[in-house]
Design a binder for this molecule. Structure first.
Ligand SMILES: C[S@@+](CC[C@H](N)C(=O)[O-])C[C@H]1O[C@@H](n2cnc3c(N)ncnc32)[C@H](O)[C@@H]1O
Length: 193
């Protein structure tokens, strides 16, 4: 199975502007609080949040980033994220599909929140290649946080985290797992001298 199709997300957003209840469910609110607490550094220079949906986490990450680029492949979602972060001068919301339109920008924070399991292993590998090319090797962090339940997605949350964790260029610095979700933070390993 390849990645979840554009039509899949279009149908979801047509039925409900907030298909996962990101703005209303306690699971999301609590997970967002843990996500923010798990970021190792108080501030980041340049963050990237692909798959930002309606911008709930975006608004929180904005408080910790000098500049934050958030993006979603669904314009209807990006529009909501833009409205939610309107007036925040450090936030830019783009209509972008990853990994193919990954920005040519250096980041010191990349956040994959509930998006990595929509890719098959090969596509997730391409996305992680882009992370490797754009994440600062000194002081950069890659965070991933995903639901662990059964879905019709190409990957489970656990499998997505295993694949990310198997990348030789990444060293894990935070690991939090509970029944419903898994959260990890990695930093780039120093190249061998
Ligand atoms: C579950 S929501 C993400 C929630 C959000 N990251 C959060 O934690 O609040 C998944 C989002 O990823 C977006 N998405 C899925 N595949 C994508 C891709 N290849 N590129 C960009 N966005 C994508 C969907 O349109 C959807 O809005």
């Amino acid at each position: 199975m390849t990645r979840m199709s554009k039509t899949y997300f279009e149908d979801l957003y047509r039925r409900d502007p907030d298909p996962w209840g990101l703005a209303t469910r306690w699971y999301e609110a609590r997970k967002y609080a843990i996500t923010m607490a798990a970021l190792p550094r108080p501030r980041y220079r340049s963050g990237f949040e692909p798959g930002c949906s309606i911008g709930m986490l975006t608004a929180m990450l904005a408080t910790r980033c000098d500049h934050l680029l958030a993006a979603d492949g669904m314009p209807v979602a990006a529009e909501q994220a833009r409205a939610r972060t309107w007036g925040l001068a450090n936030v830019e919301v783009a209509d972008l599909t990853v990994p193919e339109s990954w920005p040519e920008i250096n980041f010191d924070l990349v956040v994959l929140s509930e998006i990595a399991y929509y890719f098959d292993p090969e596509e997730l590998g391409s996305l992680l290649d882009r992370v490797r090319q754009t994440l600062d090797t000194a002081g950069g962090h890659l965070m991933a946080v995903h639901w662990r339940g059964t879905t019709n997605y190409p990957l489970t949350g656990d499998h997505a985290h295993q694949l990310i964790g198997s990348r030789p260029e990444l060293a894990r610095v935070v690991h939090h797992v509970e029944d419903e979700f898994v959260l990890d933070v990695w930093e780039p390993r120093s190249p061998p001298t």
